[in-house]
Design a protein around this ligand. Sequence first.
Ligand code: ADP
Length: 339
Amino acid sequence: MSFKTAYLKLTLFYVLIVMVISIGFSVVIFRLSADEIERGLGRQSRIFVGMRGANNPMIMDLDQIRQDQIEESNHNLQTNLLYFNILILILSFSISYILAQKTLKPIEEAVENQNRFTADASHELRTPLTAMKTETEVALRDNNLKIDDARNILKSNLEEINKLVSLSSALLKLAKLDRDIKAEFKKISLKKAIDDAMDKVKKLANKKAIKIVFDETVVISPIILGDKDSLVELFIILFDNAIKYSPERSKIIVEISQSNKEIRIIISDQGVGIRESDLPHIFDRFYRADFSRSKEKVDGYGLGLSIAKRIVDIHHGSILAKSDGEHGSEFIVRFPLKH
Ligand code: ADP
């Protein structure tokens, strides 16, 4: 069902409710007013009867006049109520359309997002599958396929399978984070979460001789209410990116500070940086900046930072990236102390 039809249906539904109430009220008003008019004019004619005597022919005329007056008043009342209802119909249609838009717009946007996400995810899943299918088909058609060639094909297929595994686990993570995990919130030491994340990326950093160090001013170990696994995941994503987009033998620095309102964590690297035009989009699902800027080909699906953002959102925090586009990047994560 298109959303235009849904807007119209909801509008008509609202109009129907308003009109049933308005017509109901009009009927009640008409009945009460008609009774009142009849009673009022009846009282007047009784006074005339008292004054002139019951058999006076003028009484007949007065009765007729009274009847005409009642009919005319009823007719006027009906016309006024009709105009009133037409006015209500026009007003309620316009207001209902605006209300229907207000009600359905967020749902329409969510559905559009979901559709875009499904299309992007299917596209990303299809690419390695197509590569594997083509390679396998070509190999099967080759009657003189040597064992070494077959081994190479299996190796390349395994690479694609690994990509599929990491993509599907990223998609699963996102789906899991979309459910509410607040019920599992506990007191967590942020420093400990960062340490755990450092441990997890140590191998990767060592491969490029990259050092991840705490700024010497870090002497505090703030505690927040949160989900430990997601927080560790958040820092793994930020470290993983910093390593991926940094040259060998560079440094990644972690700063932690706390005010009476918030805890601030800054992770800065000396990598390729992020262009100003990319900065507003890097937290979008499947967005990847032009990676030709980094010398080596960097694997990824553009899902890491959207997972990071979701984790920060769940903890009522904010995440921001800063870069001059050349000399490294800085990711600033803030968590409020009270929420
Ligand atoms: P992925 O790294 O898998 O492409 P992300 O969502 O983690 O996806 O990041 C989105 C994009 O943001 C990346 O493609 C990259 O261009 C940019 N980016 C993220 N972190 C950094 C960083 N530390 N330095 C430079 N660019 C980065």
